[in-house]
Ligand binder design. Sequence first.
Ligand code: ZN
Length: 134
Amino acid sequence: MTADAPGARPEDAPATGAALVVVDDDGTDVVLDADEAAALLALTGGLDDATVSACPDCHSRTLACLALVDVLDAAAPHPRAGELVALAEDAPTSHCYVVDLAADCRHPQWRDPGFTEWFAVVVPPPAGRRPPRR
Ligand SMILES: [Zn+2]
């Protein structure tokens, strides 16, 4: 099996060319490459209907999990939608978080409680793993 065989993608390893990560408060994540990220954003209207708070300069945002499930349900099928729904449904809190890895953005314009919450979860980045929080 080669790395680019269909279905060979390791769910948890940061994929080369990872563009977007959706992560929950436990550090569970779904890593999308550039094509998957672009398709997801196109199919879901930029995830706007699930967005609680977002950086105006990139795609990093805080999402409401229930709304994310609804948005994915309503959208045309996306190859990773099942994983994203599972993440949203299993998330330990009502929010999950999108990290835009493709943007070189420090989110200087994103200043609200949603950012504080996002920052606490995603820094250090999901690839670095946080210790589990109680
Ligand atoms: Zn940003």
